[in-house]
Ligand binder design. Structure first.
Ligand code: DLL
Length: 434
């Protein structure tokens, strides 16, 4: 199913012509309207006219989160406040948030992009969709909300938190699709199983519209089995607009980029050198029509890969792999790069281990150590010391094979690991604390 078939299946050559035209426009628009870019583009001697092909983008200096913070709150806006109709801010926990502004046209584009991706996984006007992202400055809830309304779904804006009430709505309304972070959807499932109602009371639920954080295949399997649903992945970031930058179709073979609005590139995160198609590196994204806060080569810090083959679904847009991790989330333990997703895959491939885990990093003397803590699916096993020991050794061995380093492995009491209603925070880094 398509929402805007002509655009979604546009031949690559035509799509690239459109991107080039929009890129030139964006460069000149930034230079004219954002003092930060007037200076930066002026120093680099770049104008729209000088961009002859899409690969010329490599001569434009990248933009970083720090640039947005330095211009807090509205310094990167390209429009006066009279034309801004919505403001969101990032969900970051340290320092000042990054603030973004939308014009009316930006909001239209946003809901179109998101609606395309929702329709691509089979969302229809028959669906009753419960939004369990937090409403507020976070872009997730409103991003999905307006797109779902555009499709004609019945939207239940119950937000995150108050899980039992959310579950009551799901049973009583016959909710067919759930919007949440995978972590929260998992917690909702755990809570549903503890209540007195049978899981068959949620049997109309068929679609998980997840996103905002990664899911390993193993975590997705747990979600699908737990809820008896088809789970899908959506990617985006508040600086670029929020959700609706890329998302899966029913094939679930990569996340389709809304390429007529966002131009993706992959670079080496250390040298910023452009990498060839198919190589893994950091994703940079240039907005192609944004009026409120246009961004050139924005450094997402997300590590992924792009695939330009036409998808089985018929869409011609480039697909990105599921995000492997964030370059700033990557742990460096004794010189080895470790992504939390690698650990999650190992843990969740073992039946006895539940989906709740955390990673504790410490500095002991001059050495960094990593402890992987997890809960069991069946807590009665906690009394069987020899079995626990065997399990811990097995996990330790598998982690060593995958990561190439030794880590401590600990089984913890049920429900001691924090549950999250938004994005999970898996890493506890104690290296700089006394
Ligand atoms: O998380 C926007 C969003 C909301 C996307 C709802 C999808 C659904 P931020 O809070 O600014 O925006 O966080 C952006 O979250 O750079 C990634 O590191 C991570 N992220 C977002 N979606 C995914 C995903 C929203 N599907 C940051 N898989 C991004 C992995 C994701 N990581």
């Amino acid at each position: 199913m398509f929402f805007q078939k002509d655009i979604e299946t546009m031949p690559r050559k035509q799509l690239e012509e459109l991107q080039l035209e929009r890129l030139k426009w964006t460069v000149d628009y930034c230079a004219r309207n954002v003092p930060f870019y007037t200076k930066k583009l002026g120093e680099a001697g770049i104008t729209g006219d000088k961009i002859k092909s899409l690969s010329d983008i490599q001569y434009i200096p990248p933009t970083t989160k720090a640039d947005l913070r330095d211009n807090y709150p509205f310094g990167m806006f390209a429009q006066p406040m009279k034309n801004i109709v919505r403001i969101h801010a990032s969900s970051g926990t340290t320092g000042k948030p990054t603030v973004v502004g939308y014009t009316k046209k930006d909001l239209e584009v946003w809901s179109d992009c998101m609606a395309r991706l929702l329709v691509a996984v089979g969302t229809t006007c028959e669906d009753i969709v419960q939004i369990s992202f937090g409403y507020g400055m976070f872009t997730g809830a409103l991003g999905l909300h307006y797109a779902l309304e555009k499709i004609g779904c019945a939207v239940v804006p119950n937000s995150s938190g108050n899980t039992e009430k959310a579950l009551m709505y799901m049973r009583d309304f016959g909710t067919t699709a759930l919007v949440a972070t995978p972590t929260y959807a998992l917690y909702m499932c755990e809570t549903a199983k503890e209540l007195e109602y049978p899981m068959s009371d949620y049997s109309r639920l068929r679609l998980g519209l997840f996103g905002s954080e990664g899911t390993t295949p193993e975590m997705r399997e747990q979600l699908e089995k737990g809820w008896n649903i088809f789970a899908t992945d959506n990617y985006g970031m508040s600086e670029l607009q929020g959700p609706g930058v890329s998302g899966e179709c029913e094939e679930r073979d990569g996340l389709h980029f809304c390429e007529d609005y966002f131009l993706p590139e992959i670079v080496n995160p250390e040298t910023l050198e452009t990498l060839d198609a198919g190589e893994t590196g950091e994703l940079l994204v240039t907005t192609l029509t944004k009026e409120g806060i246009p961004l050139l080569r924005y450094r997402t810090r997300d590590i992924t890969r792009l695939n330009y083959d036409v998808c089985k679904c018929g869409r011609t847009s480039v697909r990105m792999d599921k995000v492997k991790g964030r370059s700033d989330d990557m742990l460096k333990i004794r010189g080895v790069n470790v992504f939390p997703s690698q650990i999650e895959s190992v843990l969740l491939s073992i039946d006895k281990i539940g989906p709740h885990y955390q990673l504790v990093v410490r500095r002991e003397g001059f050495t960094d150590t990593l402890e992987v803590q997890f809960e069991l699916t069946d807590s009665s096993m906690l009394e069987k010391f020899s079995e626990i020991e065997k399990l811990q050794k097995n996990v330790q061995h598998r982690l060593q094979t995958v990561l190439g380093i030794q880590c401590k492995v600990s089984v913890v009491e049920p429900k001691t690991i924090e549950r999250f209603v938004g994005k999970a925070k898996r890493i506890i880094d104690l290296r700089n604390t006394k």
